[in-house]
Design a protein around this ligand. Structure first.
Ligand code: ATP
Length: 381
């Protein structure tokens, strides 16, 4: 099919005040133009995209937050004769591509804005008879095999048959910057994706726990970052790494062994908060889900975060493992996250599940964990 443009639709942005809406729309256009070579603008609540390469554009649009759906379309003058000619050509093309024939049923869906000398229903009936005559197919308005859309917007009409899903959410770059704790596992990659979907710019922070995990973990994290970057067109996605092995050595040698995971997470939030202050990030993101592993009991979540002043967002908090895995498969991070890299050998056999914030504060003071953390806070870019 020879398309003239892609019509994009957005959801939540339309609910914003005019001022905010303009800001979001311009970020969305910037993100689209950064993803592939195209002209693009927004008018009347629709995104008009004129790409150099349609196939590339259709693939990339599926990963641009803010877009709820999009349709490659043929554009024409709003004139019944012109619509008739274009419609005949369009359905003939569908027929020659094996997508439409006299055995299939169809429906014309017509939407209209502006003043015309016909109603939407009249145009749909007119178009329906043209298609029925051309192909010999029958109309079925409730369960058609194929839907043909006519979007009449003033003097221009757009014809299409596909409505492809976009990822929804808000354009990335409209909601501020966050630090996302990225481990290389399944959950934190999905959590990062969900926060990106709310328009946040990501600075991923990985704690390299070598030699307690293998060197393969860092490679996984880099691959995950590359995958997540596909959803961040127009906005920089950074990865910072902190070498964390020395801190874990210290915790293992000085603190009760069953507290290692708790002290590990505690240290991560402390460092993340400091970095957030330095770079102007407004929140920390993690992949916690209540009760999923020993370190994620409510008491441990409370204790490990105790005293952190900026919000810690856990978008997966109420998800179960299967839901998280399904989402990871959908966004393409699952296959990377399950690459083998071995278990963390710092994890104790019986990790504590009911940590008290007061006890953690005492240990923090007596072992002077703050100094230890300060010492290792050398960031690798
Ligand atoms: N090495 C790490 N670097 C950065 N963040 C980490 C690291 N380890 C854990 N985290 C953060 O803490 C969260 C909880 O980690 P935990 O190991 O308890 O659970 P998990 O279910 O294995 O998480 P994931 O699947 O994300 O690895 C992770 O989702 C992630 O946000």
């Amino acid at each position: 099919m020879d398309y003239d443009l892609i019509l994009g639709r957005y959801g939540e942005i339309a609910l914003k005040s005019p001022q905010v809406r303009r800001k979001f729309e311009s970020q969305l256009i910037h993100n689209i133009k950064s993803a592939f070579k195209t002209k693009a603008h927004i008018r009347g609540g629709r995104i008009f995209i004129y790409p150099a390469d349609f196939e590339e554009a259709l693939n990339k649009l599926a990963k641009i937050f803010g877009i709820i759906s999009f349709s490659p379309a043929v554009a024409m003058k709003t004139d019944k004769k012109v619509i008739s000619t274009k419609l005949k050509e369009y359905v003939e093309k569908l027929n020659s591509e094996g997508l439409f024939d006299d055995k299939k049923s169809f429906a014309i869906r017509c939407k209209r804005t502006g003043k015309h000398d016909f109603t939407s229903q009249e145009l749909a009936a007119y178009a329906g008879s043209i298609v029925a005559n051309k192909i010999g197919a029958r109309v079925n308005l409730t369960e058609p095999d194929i839907e043909i859309f006519l979007d009449v917007r003033g003097g221009k009409t757009y014809l299409f048959h596909k409505i492809l899903p976009g990822p929804g959410g808000l354009p990335i770059g409209t909601s501020g910057k966050v630090i996302s704790l990225l481990s290389g596992g399944i959950d934190s990659a999905v959590a990062t994706y969900l926060i990106m979907k709310r328009g946040c710019k990501i600075v991923a922070l990985h704690f390299d726990t070598y030699p307690y995990t293998s060197e393969k973990t860092s490679i996984k994290v880099e691959k995950l970052v590359d995958k997540l970057k596909e959803y961040s067109s127009g906005v920089k996605f950074e990865l910072l790494t902190v070498e964390y092995g020395e801190y874990l050595d210290y915790c293992i040698s000085k603190a009760p062994r069953n507290l290692t995971c708790i002290l590990c997470k505690f240290g991560m939030y402390q460092i993340a908060e400091k970095i957030a202050e330095n770079i102007g990030a407004l929140a920390i993101v993690d992949g916690n889900s209540i009760g999923q592993v020993a370190s994620q009991t409510l008491s441990n979540i409370l204790a490990t975060r105790y005293g952190v002043k900026i919000p810690i967002l856990s978008p997966l908090i109420g998800f179960d493992k299967v839901e998280i895995e399904n989402l990871a498969k959908k966004i393409g991070t699952y296959e990377i996250s399950i690459l083998p890299n071995g278990e963390c050998t710092a994890a104790p056999k019986r990790p504590a599940t009911k940590m008290e914030p007061k006890r953690l504060s005492r240990i923090r003071k007596s072992l002077d964990l703050d100094s230890k953390l300060k010492k290792i806070m050398k960031i690798k870019y």
